[in-house]
Design a protein around this ligand. Structure first.
Ligand SMILES: [Zn+2]
Length: 195
């Protein structure tokens, strides 16, 4: 018997989606797919970061519930395929390796790998996080920018890349990654953020 990955109710059909109709409806009510147009790139934001989604994202990010990557990836993949977001590669914005070692996983990497699997678009790594930044949570926009300056280094020369991240707050991290890509003349990249 297949069970809903969230509420554990029995699944009668569509077991591949891993969610029952109620949970699917609940999650779908937070979908927005907002497009933010920047000078060199677009940022697609998939969900409103509130309510049930906020709980799920936090439990995914901070409480080892890595199975949620598979659930979120369904929606990320659907956005890519149904909205026709064009890309030849899927990547992610990494956390610092030391931080990853403590947490045991990099949530954005999991999202990107699962999404790549579903869409069958090749997964690549685009940047390394070479500087360990302090937590950005309490910092304002300018402090974030200072903290992130030079944090990333490029490790690819691919183009047409969709870079996945978990939470969109001020956009400082995305902006810093884009600077790294611009400096290296990487062409045609956009960002897809979970919430
Ligand atoms: Zn359910």
């Amino acid at each position: 018997m297949y069970k809903c990955i969230l509420c554990k109710d029995e699944l009668f059909n569509n077991y591949r989606e891993m969610l029952c109709d109620n949970c699917r409806r609940d999650i779908a009510s937070y979908l927005r797919l907002e497009t933010i147009d920047k000078k060199y790139y677009k940022v697609y934001v998939l969900f409103f970061y509130e309510g049930e989604i906020k709980k799920l994202v936090r439990s995914f990010k901070f409480h080892d519930n890595t199975y949620l990557a598979k659930v979120f990836a369904i929606y990320l993949a659907r956005a890519i395929l149904e909205e026709g977001i064009n890309c030849s590669h899927i990547s992610y914005i990494p956390m610092h390796l030391k931080k990853k070692a403590i947490r045991g996983y990099d949530q954005s990497e999991l999202l990107a790998r699962e999404t790549a699997k579903i869409t069958q678009i090749p997964f690549i790594r685009v940047v390394d996080r070479r500087v360990k930044t302090r937590s950005l949570y309490d910092l304002n926009r300018r402090e974030r920018e200072t903290e992130l300056k030079g944090a990333f280094s490029l490790i690819t020369n691919a183009s047409n890349i969709l870079i996945i991240d978990d939470i969109y707050t001020t956009g400082s991290t995305i902006s810093e990654v884009s600077k790294t890509l611009e400096e290296s003349n990487i062409e045609n990249y956009n960002f897809l953020v979970l919430a």
